[in-house]
Ligand binder design. Structure first.
Ligand code: ADP
Ligand code: MG
Length: 484
């Protein structure tokens, strides 16, 4: 798929690369034993290391290393057995050390790639340049006092993975698919919860534009975007802004910008000339991190099934379409639910419709998640079995399902209580059909003289008389025979 921005002076293409900051799932911080729970009272999760008290030394958290390696493997990336920590120096009130410990020169994870799923059913590989481990800073709170700023150090020292993509993305849609895919993989791996609204995943979006086929243009970096929607909006605005400048004969200056979601625009934060000189240097308090290949292999041996593998399996085992499968596996709980139903039904196509269309539709409508679905996978299997063994028709099944969503009752009980069993014996059906035909002799004549369309009228009458319970195939067969 190609994405083109039509300008006044011809076509343009966007080029985008992302830096995603993903908070590592770990009970304690990257270099201290303090807890990492979200929403705790301000400054209640701060050790002497996190507050940068003199003489405190960082101790690397094994769990965070394991999580970074796992993430690297999940993104099909090179794991670097040798990596090292560097100090990135800058001053900020919520950065008590005066520097952030990061990995500039020797990141723990090198080149990788992931496949993104686009809405037209195509896929595309996006390169991963690197993943490095780094500490988060604290938080400045500006809205609690008219003249003062408060500092909360709970986040100070929490482990982040910075996942840097190659500049392979070409549209806001691709960026959205990329962020979602990374989030899904991290969730499957259990290395980041991916909750963008709690700040556990945020991204810096680098955008430039060029004439198709030409060299990359100068980029601007939009900082700290915290939702997929904002990323799409920021990119659309930023690309249009750059095209306009270039078409007016101007040049883009490399700078850091902020996205203002209220005004839906990006604004300059600092230009390249004002950019920080971070004076990176190896952290003398931390020895290089050296891993054994056997350690990496052991983590690899315990990897869960990842979304792409699950997608391939769903396509093969249950005959799903590629894009439907990618939507389904994007949420682990939904994928699990689907599989519980599909593997217990005769016809996986029925399972797909009932889960993806009927159930998910009902959940979306009521704003519920799959975890609090009023219909368990067992009950849905039972409903589908009732259709498969002809106890009820697909039409009646929808009514039963609506009742299940309402009351949480067992489908068999609903069918029993409401007397919804399908009429499948001709001895019950024939008298009804005979009555209808004798009440409508004029129409029967018209039908016989060639007005085929009237067949639908007779079917409708039978269904009306039986409250929709007649087996549709049998109605057809019996009517055809009697109208001969
Ligand atoms: P820095 O270290 O200055 O942030 P990097 O070279 O590491 O710069 O790139 C950061 C991000 O910018 C990467 O995700 C990369 O893909 C992206 N990027 C690099 N060049 C461009 C460009 N010309 N247009 C858009 N994105 C780019
Ligand atoms: Mg950067």
């Amino acid at each position: 798929m190609s994405y083109i921005i039509e300008g006044r002076t011809g076509n343009w293409e966007m080029v985008i690369g992302l830096e995603i900051h993903a908070q590592v799932i770990s009970n304690s911080k990257l270099f201290s034993g303090s807890p990492t729970d979200f929403g705790a009272d301000p400054n209640s999760q701060v050790s002497f290391v996190d507050a940068a008290m003199p003489g405190m030394l960082p101790v690397l958290n094994k769990k965070c290393v394991e999580q970074a390696v796992k993430t690297g493997l999940g993104l099909n990336a090179q794991i670097n057995l040798y990596s090292a920590f560097d100090r990135k120096n800058y001053f900020y009130a919520d950065l008590p050390q005066g520097y952030q410990i990061s990995q500039l020169y020797h990141p723990i994870v090198g080149n990788g790639k992931i496949e993104i799923d686009l809405e037209d059913g195509t896929t595309k590989f996006i390169g991963i340049e690197r993943i490095h481990l780094e500490q988060d800073a604290g938080k400045s709170v500006h809205d609690q006092h008219p003249t003062k700023t408060y500092v909360d150090l709970n986040r100070s020292g929490i482990a982040l993975m910075e996942i840097v993509s190659d500049p392979d993305l070409r549209s806001a849609d691709e960026v959205a698919a990329y962020i979602r895919k990374i989030r899904t993989i991290l969730r499957y791996l259990g290395t980041c919860d991916g909750n963008m609204d709690e700040g556990s995943m945020r991204c810096d979006v680098n955008v430039s534009v060029r004439r198709p086929g030409e060299e990359f243009g100068t980029r601007c970096e939009i900082k700290n975007v915290n939702s997929v929607r904002f990323a799409s909006q920021a990119i659309a605005y930023e690309a249009a802004r750059q095209v306009e400048i270039l078409e007016d004969g101007g040049t883009i200056k490399q700078e850091t910008r902020l996205f203002d979601a209220n005004k839906m625009e990006t604004r300059s934060m600092r230009s390249k000339e004002e950019a920080h000189d971070y004076r990176y240097f190896p952290d003398p308090d931390l020895p290089p991190l050296i891993l054994e290949q056997s350690y990496v292999d052991a983590i690899k041996a315990n990897m869960p099934e990842l979304p792409d593998e699950k997608k391939a399996r769903f396509i093969k085992d249950y005959g799903l379409k590629a894009y439907d499968a990618s939507v389904l596996v994007a949420d682990q709980a939904r994928a699990h639910y689907f599989e519980e139903v599909a593997k217990n039904c005769k016809d996986p196509k029925l399972a797909t419709t009932w889960v993806s269309v009927e159930l998910f539709g009902a959940l979306n409508k009521s704003g519920k998640t799959i975890e609090d679905s009023p219909v368990s996978s067992d009950y849905l299997v039972e409903l589908i079995a009732l259709i498969e063994d002809n106890t009820i028709s697909g039409r009646i099944a929808k009514d039963v399902f609506a009742e299940m969503i309402e009351s949480g009752k067992k489908p068999g009980d609903i069918v029993e209580e409401k007397g919804l069993k399908q009429i499948t014996d001709s001895s019950s059906l024939d008298p009804i059909i005979d009555q209808i035909l004798s009440d409508n002799t004029d129409k029967v004549e018209e039908y016989k003289s060639g007005k085929d369309k009237l067949f639908g009228f007779f079917v409708g009458q039978v269904m009306k008389q039986t409250g929709g319970k007649a087996n549709p195939k049998m109605v057809n067969d019996r009517l055809k025979e009697k109208l001969q």
